[in-house]
Write a protein that binds this ligand. Structure first.
Ligand code: ARG
Length: 588
């Protein structure tokens, strides 16, 4: 369906032409004075110079051609030359009925689906997930859902950090503790045990211990680096340990992400890039893209137009080990080969922007990705505590993801239990669902690149710009619809009529913005635009609800029209929160 703003712009364009002006001036925007009008066109002001005419006169000429427009109830010209517009009630109702019938709520999906890889999550295997990974998961999941809704072929890839130094550390610590294991016997030829030599709990303890030791003890650090190198270069025993680490960690990661309502299509990682690395290094050297600099192999990525120095992209350390940039470049080769993506979007901490700039430039320069392929980095800001510093536990440690979720759920449960009418079991379930909205909405309602303050009290509040408020609104609508049906009335055969009062019209004007908003959220990769929209929509609904008797309405057609509008409003709200990655409970 065409967007309302397009339809009105077309009306204005006709009027500009009929009045003898260039239709390029007919740009319509939402009103910035909602008290005066709903939409406005400032084209007459822009045209004044060209036509050497007072903007007011141009505006009057145009307005005179809009007299019998199907769109407008009111067209008024205001000095110095604004054209203020109000939509006809029936026109709006008609648009809403079309949205209801459309199946996609009026959204025009891509004519040609593009293949988009979204690289998000990025947890480091064997290290606990921390709140930094929370943002990548939440934002990436939402971007994935939005892109898919727009009709694209989207692959969400977790891109595990499973090939780096942390693996070498774990191997080294394990060898120190249990040198007798066959993985460490250099001449061992037999099969390795199927059972892992550690549990997830032990693994989570091994890593920090090893990391601490390496910081104190240079010998230990060297050993760990050596183990990393050997792992990457095919050491049989270390690969077997690596496999155990993966087998023990992945189910745990999966469980954590599932709890966050985050689902990946691909569980690939840095390790999967290894197969492409030796060849890649070879041709990069041969073709002169890479050269040795202070012992390391690097690709220059400085460009003439740069105003500051951009260091080269390092692809092999002097000890032969791969780096973060190596695996990212090799992963692009693999992606190109397997999926031929039109676009790759990376969601990671914005402090990694130099890394991605180097990788993207190196990938282009070396022809790893075709020119048309878009490489994008969506960098997010830091999640801070109320003190404005990166979020910590009460004791000052790094907050683990599961603890954070548990804390939110507990807080939510307390609030729900306060005025609880449902059984404890249900209250607990509801607390989980609502808690998720608190976390996700609290994050996504901020522009991703900005830092934000994680404020449990505010995020879990049922009032204000929060997830629980949005869910509360949806539950309210559901409850009205349930009561309506309980009266033996059906939700079929409903039609939205022209608005009966002002708050109803205001609600309708919000609903019709859905398709335009969703398109913008995709174009700008901006879930916060969806949040802003659902908040406005929820506010508009609640005002309408407070000012209108719905279930007690005696006029049947009028009531049916209200109900139809409620059904549509609920559908739009639920579609939007699904794009944000959470859902509403039945009651709360
Ligand atoms: N594992 C990385 C980290 O924890 C994030 C990975 C981002 N994706 C990528 N392709 N580099 O910081």
């Amino acid at each position: 369906m065409k967007k309302v703003i397009e339809l009105i712009t077309e009306e204005l364009a006709d009027a500009f032409e009929q009045a003898g002006y260039d239709k390029a001036y007919a740009k319509v925007t939402l009103s910035n004075r909602p008290d005066l009008c709903e939409y406005q066109c400032n084209g007459a002001l822009a045209g004044a110079k060209t036509y050497k005419k007072a903007p007011f006169m141009i505006a009057e000429d145009v307005a005179s051609k809009l007299g019998d427009s199907v769109c407008f109830e009111e067209v008024s010209v205001v000095k110095p030359g604004f054209i203020n517009l109000k939509l006809r009630k029936e026109y709006v109702a008609d648009y809403l009925n079309q949205m209801r019938a459309d199946g996609k709520l009026g959204l025009e999906t891509a004519e040609e689906a593009r293949t988009i890889v979204i690289d998000y999550g990025g947890p480091n295997v064997a290290k606990p997930l921390h709140v930094g990974h929370l943002r990548s998961a939440i934002i990436g999941e939402s971007i994935k859902r939005i892109a898919r809704k727009m009709g694209h072929k989207v692959l969400g890839d977790i891109h595990l950090g499973d090939w780096g130094y942390q693996m070498g550390l774990i191997i080294t610590e394990l060898r120190t503790r249990k040198p007798e294991l066959p993985y460490f016997a250099e001449d061992y030829q037999g099969e390795y045990p199927k059972e892992a030599p550690f549990t997830i709990g032990e693994l989570e303890e091994i890593y920090p211990t090893a990391s601490g030791k390496a910081k104190e003890d240079e010998e230990y650090r060297k050993e760990a680096l050596q183990a990393t190198y050997q792992l990457q270069n095919g050491h049989r025993g270390y690969r077997a340990v690596w496999k155990h680490i993966m087998n023990v960690s992945l189910p745990d990661l999966e469980k954590n992400y599932k709890r966050l309502n985050v689902y990946f299509d691909l569980w690939k990682g840095e390790a999967d890039a290894q197969a492409y690395i030796p060849d890649m290094l070879e041709w990069m050297k041969k073709d002169g893209y890479a050269h040795i600099d202070e012992g390391a192999l690097v690709i220059d990525v400085q460009e003439e137009t740069d105003t500051k120095e951009i260091p080269p992209c390092m692809i092999q350390k002097s000890d032969g080990a791969s780096l973060y940039g190596t695996t990212d470049l090799a992963t692009l080769i693999q992606r190109e080969q397997d999926y031929k993506p039109d676009r790759v979007i990376y969601v990671a901490d914005k402090r990694q922007d130099l890394h991605f700039m180097q990788v993207f430039r190196a990938a282009r320069k070396t022809g790893i990705v075709p020119k048309e392929t878009e490489l994008e980095f969506l960098g997010f800001g830091t999640m801070n505590g109320k003190d404005g510093k990166p979020f910590k536990t009460r004791e000052g440690g790094v907050m683990r993801l599961e603890n954070l979720i548990a804390e939110i759920e507990e807080e939510m449960y307390k609030k729900i239990a306060e005025n609880r009418t449902v059984a404890e079991e249900e209250a607990k379930e509801t607390a989980k669902i609502v808690g998720m909205s608190a976390i996700k909405y609290g994050d996504l309602s901020n522009q991703a690149s900005k830092d934000y303050v994680f404020d449990i009290d505010r995020f879990t509040s049922f009032e204000g710009n929060t997830g629980p408020y949005i869910l509360y609104t949806i539950v309210r609508i559901k409850s009205i619809l349930n009561k309506y049906q309980a009266d033996g009335k059906a939700l079929e055969d409903l039609r939205i009529e022209g608005a009966h009062n002002e708050s109803e019209k205001a609600l309708m004007l919000e609903v019709i913005k859905y398709n335009e908003m969703a398109e913008t959220a995709f174009d700008e990769l901006a879930p916060h635009k969806i949040c802003a929209f659902v908040y406005d929509l929820a506010n508009a609904f609640n005002r309408f609800y407070h000012e209108t008797k719905i279930l007690a309405e005696e006029d049947e057609t009028k009531q049916k029209s209200y109900i139809a509008l409620l059904v549509l409003t609920r559908q739009v709200l639920e579609t939007c929160i699904d794009l944000l990655g959470f859902a509403a409970p039945e009651r709360m």
